[in-house]
Every structure is written in C-alpha cells, then in structure tokens.
Design a protein around this ligand. Structure first.
Ligand SMILES: [Zn+2]
Length: 129
C-alpha cells in the first residue's frame, strides 16, 4: 500500500470522502474521514514517448477513513492474513476432529459418486470391496 511522508488527524476543510472509496468494495468499506496523509514527492514522467518530459516532483495529499490508513498491508490483505491465521489456529487446536471431518466428507463424496453409477457396475464394485 501507499507509503507516506506525513500523516495527521483529519480536520474540517479536508473533505469528507475517503480517497480509497473506489477500492472499498474490494477490501473494506469506508467510514468517516479520520486522517490526511501526503505521499513522498515523486517525479512524474510524461510525453509522447514515455519519459521524454518531466514536471517538478509533486506531493499528493489523500483524505482517508480508518479502514484505509496506509500501511504495509491493504485492508483486504490484512483480512486474508487474519482469516488464514484463524483457520490454522482452529485446525491445530482441533486436529483430530478436522481429520475425522475430512475423512467423512471424502467418504460422502465417494458414496455420492457410487450411487450415480448403474446398478450392475455398483454391484461389481461392491463385490470387490
Ligand atoms: Zn476508506
């Protein structure tokens, strides 16, 4: 996610729309604005052939809600990481139950496949078991 050179609390006059609103449906919904940050100055290259002309380095300022304060992870990445960690913790804590459930669902899937077979083939497979 975007790094910043400065960040401060939101104040009236900064605008009420989160700058990350367009990304919100993909990761986390927006709330009220809480912070304003500025990106490090960067040179913007443009021109008919890429990089043939430059403007002076510019800083950009963004108003953001609590869900979109910039950091190492986007809210979506943070959520995915949390879900993975929670699933792993639950599985390790209930390892035997987890393995028993896997065996049960594999057996259920096999039974469903067998039931769809013609009766003679099903009888042949049953006689082999
Ligand atoms: Zn937001």
């Amino acid at each position: 996610m975007t790094s910043y050179s400065s960040i401060r609390a939101w104040q009236p006059g900064d605008g009420v729309t989160c700058s990350r609103t367009r990304q919100a449906p993909r990761d986390a919904p927006c709330g009220r604005p809480v912070a304003v940050y500025t990106t490090p100055a960067e040179t913007v290259r443009y021109g008919r052939t890429l990089g043939t002309a430059t403007r002076p380095p510019i800083e950009r300022t963004f108003t953001v809600c609590a869900n979109h304060i910039p950091g190492d992870l986007t809210p979506g990445e943070a959520s995915a990481k949390a879900r993975k960690a929670a699933a792993e913790a639950l599985i390790v804590a209930h390892w035997d139950e987890y393995q028993a459930l896997i065996e049960k669902y594999v057996a259920d899937a096999q039974a469903t496949r067998y039931e769809a077979l013609p009766a003679d083939l099903r009888a042949l497979l049953a006689s082999r078991d």
